[in-house]
Design a protein around this ligand. Structure first.
Ligand code: GDP
Ligand code: MG
Length: 435
């Protein structure tokens, strides 16, 4: 049984040379599904996959991981880079005007107040300015939030419908205030509305803001591309705020929006409360979009824990079947560096569902003790292990002779299995056979 379990582990610890079309077929399919399920727009997903794959082909596979796992990690890293390429902070050059734009319900008003609170914590003196003249309750909503944050708020004269006039009044008001950042909350619509966009465009031209932030719901689906394109063409946005990341949405919209605007995502909304707002972390979203977070951890761990040279030597030995008990022990140590075996197996795709797949760590320790009780000569040539020697080893490691015999029998099987390594390796790299 232990042999079976080890065989599973070895299968994944072997490393498979280079990344090729065939040894990543399954992983590519999984990545494509993940992107589409996360609502990354179809063409964006397609383009991204093609580019990353091109880059990854021919790359050496890290020792200790499966090519499929490594490709997921490569996608994760590329996705992270893409989502955070220019991880710029806010541009707060004077007069430090920030305009919040976006569809209705995206979270503009809430994010304006959240941003004010965040800036206040950074030692700034933000001002909130209500410029949504379309929804009657919008002004009061912002004023209420401003009171909660404890910052001054500009409210337009009742009944005023001219947003440019309001912009002018607000800019004058701001000059009189002891503030150094101005946050303008603007109006939105359920869908893209040309007259409204033109109105906001006029306000943008008048204010000449340092930041124009497109506020977008993380759950924006396939329309993310058209929303971002429209707002960006009309307003030349400077960044994005991704809201409602506390919800179920995997947030693929961010990738689409980032792709079409080439603008950084600067903040993330992670709840309804005013302090549930933070600078955007690209790697977290990348993990969320791919939904394969644990594989990434595994690959990182493997890369850190396994010495390449060691692994290369090991593989060579396996191939030539000169693998002996010393190597067996080294292999054990390699596994141990990776952490508790059950954790490792839990990280592998599909494995986490195997409830009854528990690895007996205690048994592994006993195996290690047995091998450690052998002399170096015995370890390199187990054939010399006669009954007397086996008794001595059993005593030395505190196990029964039967256990020593069991181990040696299993080792013999394993060695036989490894002789067929070359053949198996070919088999494993056939599409669909890898998992
Ligand atoms: P606006 O129409 O763009 O101004 O959107 P609002 O700021 O009025 O927000 C619309 C709704 O989304 C409100 O109920 C907010 O509480 C909610 N909301 C905004 N940001 C977040 C967020 O990050 N997480 C959650 N859960 N809700 C949010
Ligand atoms: Mg609003």
């Amino acid at each position: 049984l232990l042999a079976d379990k080890l065989q599973d582990v070895f299968k994944d610890l072997r490393g498979h040379g280079k990344i090729t079309e065939t040894n990543i077929t399954d992983a590519m399919r999984a990545v494509r599904m993940a992107l589409l399920e996360a609502d990354v727009e179809f063409n964006v997903a397609k383009g991204f996959i093609a580019r990353v794959k091109e880059k990854a082909l021919g790359e050496e596979v890290l020792r200790g991981v499966h090519p499929g796992q490594q490709i997921v990690k490569i996608f994760h890293d590329e996705l992270t880079a893409l989502l955070g390429g220019d991880n710029e902070p806010l541009n707060l050059e004077k007069p430090a005007r920030i305009m919040m734009v976006g569809l209705n319900g995206a979270g503009k008003t809430t994010s304006s107040a959240k941003l004010a609170m965040w800036l206040k914590k950074q030692g700034k003196a933000p001002l909130l300015i209500a410029c949504d003249l379309h929804r009657p309750a919008a002004i009061e909503q912002l004023a209420t939030l401003a009171r909660q944050v404890g910052v001054p708020c500009f409210t337009p004269p009742p009944g005023e419908k001219d947003v440019l006039k309001v912009g002018r009044l607000a800019a004058d008001w701001a000059k009189e205030q002891p503030g150094n950042v101005q946050i303008y909350d603007t109006a939105g619509r359920q869908e893209i509305d040309e007259p409204l966009i033109q109105e906001i465009k006029a306000l943008r031209e008048f204010l000449q803001p340092q930041e124009v932030l497109l506020v977008a719901d993380a759950a924006t689906g396939q329309q993310a591309v058209s929303v971002a394109t429209h707002f960006h063409q009309a307003l030349n946005i400077t960044g994005l705020v991704l809201t409602k990341l506390d919800g179920d949405a995997r947030g693929g919209a961010a990738l689409s929006m980032r792709q079409v605007t080439q603008r950084p995502i600067k903040f993330a909304g992670i709840g309804e409360k005013l302090d549930q707002f933070e600078p955007f972390f690209p790697d977290r979203l990348a993990g969320r979009i791919l939904g394969m977070g644990d594989i990434i951890g595994l690959v990182e761990k493997a890369a850190a824990a396994i010495d390449e040279e060691d692994a290369k030597r090991m593989e060579e030995k396996m191939r030539t079947a000169s693998f002996d008990l010393n190597d067996f022990l080294a292999q054990f140590k390699m596994l141990k560096k990776l952490g508790p075996l059950e954790n490792i197996l839990g990280m592998l795709p599909g494995m986490s569902n195997l409830k009854d797949f528990s690895v007996d760590e205690k048994q592994m320790k006993r195996v290690e003790a047995i091998v450690l009780s052998m002399t170096l000569a015995e370890r390199s040539n187990p054939d010399v292990l006669n009954a007397r020697r086996r008794q001595r080893i059993a005593r030395g490691s505190g196990v029964s002779v039967t256990e020593v015999n069991d181990l040696l029998q299993r080792f013999g099987q394993m060695r036989k299995m490894m002789k067929g390594f070359g053949k198996m390796r070919q088999m494993m790299s056939r599409p669909g056979a890898a998992s």
